[in-house]
Design a protein around this ligand. Structure first.
Ligand SMILES: Cc1cc2nc3c(=O)[nH]c(=O)nc-3n(C[C@H](O)[C@H](O)[C@H](O)COP(=O)(O)O)c2cc1C
Length: 357
């Protein structure tokens, strides 16, 4: 019998995040349809949802794409909207729009590795310019009343690890919480995330600290929490292939049976996702989003190695799901459990890098 383990919770200003299990922001992935999919699969076990990052200019110039990215459904709350950019006044203007839209938190991206973004001083570029990060925080804090959080990497490269310095700036300039993805900018998604760095920040911090990187199973979650004592876990790629992961962690933490999704569950969940995509976007967007999902998920499809390639060539989301269901039923795996796996962050679907092109 599983003995269970304690799950943390934390508060940022008036916003309670319980449990401290957070859907990580992922460009090209964590739009409103995906977040609602996660809510449907994991329910109350996911404590906070985060948007994909939004370029501040997209909001301040009134671009429709920015408004679509910022849109969320009431059922998604509490929700954090993540912004990226380098100009303090424009960041403050964008943050006001986030507050006006009714979001619970605004988060500043200090970790995106995309060259185009870093070159302009945003994303992980902020790790090399902490005075600018301080100015961004001051400007935003002066204009909005919702809590402001930040998400960082360890540093730019192995020679400039500065998560502790960044934490100091965050605390002195009013950030309400900090999430650390324990890789450097230069590392992108290679190697393993450094959870000792999360533990070190947690020991030093006065604000809640969240850790991010490589959590795929309840056991990964248990180990990271025990090792770091951090206030919350952020889960990204693990949730793409397994939107039930927060539920599984919650059930394991309670010491109960852990839900094991089958391919039938996957098809059913993706049909719901396809419906939401069709409601949320113009018709040209859903097939690409579904391809992103299936390109990761079908790497572990057990019986037909060609299925993934065939689905990815299809022009319609519904046709892809019909084909998945047909093959899963015909080859007898429709009621077999799926297997979670995460690839590198780059490649198909890593919008953060695509945007850099
Ligand atoms: C496709 C993709 C897009 C991402 N986009 C963002 C983003 O917009 N903002 C951000 O702070 N991090 C972004 N990240 C990083 C994740 O939030 C997370 O920190 C990282 O993937 C490590 O966690 P994981 O191993 O659970 O995926 C992205 C990661 C991936 C894989």
């Amino acid at each position: 019998m599983n003995a269970g383990f304690p799950l943390p919770s934390y508060a940022v200003g008036p916003v309670a995040v319980g449990p401290g299990l957070v859907l990580a922001p992922m460009s090209g992935v964590t739009d409103s349809p995906f977040r609602r999919l996660v809510k449907r699969c994991s329910g109350e076990h996911v404590g906070l949802l985060m948007s994909e990052f939004i370029q501040i200019e997209m909001l301040t110039r009134g671009q429709l794409r920015g408004a679509i990215r910022m849109a969320f459904h009431a059922s998604e709350r509490p929700i954090a909207i993540q912004l990226y950019g380098a100009d303090p006044e424009m960041m403050a203007d964008a943050a006001m729009m986030v507050e006006d839209a009714g979001a619970d938190l605004v988060d500043i991206n200090c970790g995106c590795p995309a060259p185009k973004i870093c070159r302009r001083g945003g994303g992980a570029g902020l790790l090399r310019d902490l005075p600018r990060l301080a100015a961004l925080l001051d400007a935003v804090k002066a204009r909005v009343s919702i809590p402001v959080t930040i998400k960082i990497r360890n540093g730019w490269d192995d020679g400039s690890i500065n998560a502790v310095d960044t934490l100091r700036v965050a605390e002195e300039h009013g950030a309400a919480a900090l999430a650390l993805h324990g890789r450097t900018r230069v590392q992108l998604y290679s190697g393993e995330a450094d959870w000792d760095a999360v533990a070190d920040l947690k020991r030093r911090a006065r604000i809640p600290i969240l850790g991010s990187g490589d959590i795929l199973t309840p056991e990964d979650a248990r180990q990271r929490l025990a090792r770091t004592g951090c206030d919350g876990l952020m889960i990204g790629r693990g949730a793409i292939t397994n939107p039930w992961i927060f539920r599984q962690i919650g059930e394991a933490a309670r010491g109960g049976a852990v839900f094991a999704p089958t391919w039938r569950d996957v098809v059913e969940a993706l049909r719901y996702y396809a419906e939401l995509l069709a409601e949320h976007y113009p018709a040209r967007v859903p097939p690409g989003r579904m391809r992103m999902m299936l390109s990761r998920l079908l790497k572990t499809f057990p019986t037909d190695p060609e299925l993934r390639v065939r689905c990815l060539k299809m022009p319609e989301a519904r046709a892809m799901l019909d084909e998945l269901e047909r093959v899963a039923a015909a080859t007898g795996v429709i009621d077999a459990p799926t297997r979670a796996e995460v690839g590198e962050g780059g490649g198909a679907g890593d919008g953060a890098l695509e945007e850099a092109a």
